[in-house]
Design a protein around this ligand. Structure first.
Ligand code: KIV
Length: 284
């Protein structure tokens, strides 16, 4: 059985130049497959709001929903390093709330660490979480929980002032104690500079090849979520049409009496009706 990775493992992966793979997982079955495929970290992202729960954004996702799904991911992947994504409203009100909610991910769901969005404004919260023993991954650039304040889902850090601010935020978050930092939807050159400027691993999503690791939403990678596909997503297969074809075949076979056939049925002894003391039913 594989040994569960730890925070120092990820720091030494960066030091050695080994890339880190991260994928989202929301349920036990997928978590088990991703762990078997040797993904370095599983993120129970609040993207589950859109991908799994059918919300229009990540904002409505609750702590209870995150705990429910994170627990399932832990059951499916006992040896994986699992991150719980702190949902909107679970850490902004106070450091105390952040510690209580962050603690729930570790105590109730068995997560190894939490992730939260934001720059300078969350540094005190990060410090409080880390001081209370909760490992934290940061997330800057396009932060979906506050996308409306950023003008929607668009590339961040294109102009010099905002790029400069992002470098400062990365440094401040590292200083506050995050062990890793998601960079979402920023120019690749800025992704490279931030990755060079800090000692902790950067995990890019739409942030270019120079980040220390990459994260994708698994349903995007597998071609299973067609509602909104950002241009930085690469689908390595297209399961949606495959699933729909399989379901259409099932419908046809059930409706035409082809399924279940003998191979998929349990044969019963002959004369069962008589053995049960029932008289023959006349057909028609
Ligand atoms: O919620 C999520 O899935 C995320 C990643 C895409 C970084 O935050």
């Amino acid at each position: 059985m594989q040994k569960r990775k730890t925070v120092p493992d990820f720091l030494s992966m960066k030091a050695k130049g080994e890339k880190i793979t991260v994928l989202t997982a929301y349920d036990a079955a997928m978590a088990s497959m991703l762990a078997a495929a040797d993904v370095d970290m599983l993120l129970v992202g609040d993207s589950l709001g859109m991908v799994i729960l059918g919300y229009d954004s990540t904002v409505p996702v609750t702590m209870d929903e995150m705990i429910h799904h994170s627990s399932a991911v832990r059951r499916g992947a006992p040896q994986a390093f699992i991150l719980g994504d702190m949902p909107f409203g679970s850490y902004q009100s106070s450091s105390r709330d952040a510690i209580l909610n962050g603690g729930r991910f570790l105590k109730e769901a068995g997560c190894d660490a939490v992730k939260l969005e934001g720059g300078l404004e969350v540094c005190d919260t990060v410090r409080a979480l880390v001081n209370s023993g909760i490992s934290v991954m940061g997330h800057i650039g396009l932060t979906p929980q506050t996308a409306t304040q950023l003008g929607g889902y668009k590339v961040q850090g294109r102009d010099i002032a905002s790029a400069k601010k992002m470098v400062q935020e990365a440094r401040a978050l590292e200083e506050a104690g995050v062990f890793s930092l998601v960079l979402e939807c920023i120019p690749d050159g800025l992704g490279k500079i931030i990755s060079e400027e800090i000692q902790i691993p950067t995990i890019g999503i739409g942030a270019g090849v120079h980040c220390d690791g990459q994260v994708l939403v698994t349903h995007d990678l597998l071609g299973m979520f067609d509602k909104f596909i950002p241009s930085f997503v690469k689908s390595y297969c297209h399961l949606s049409p495959t699933i729909q074809d399989a379901v259409a075949d099932y419908n046809n076979e059930v409706r035409s009496g082809l399924f279940p056939d003998e191979e998929h049925s349990f044969s019963s002894q002959s004369g069962l009706r008589e053995l049960l003391g029932l008289t023959e039913k006349k057909k028609g």
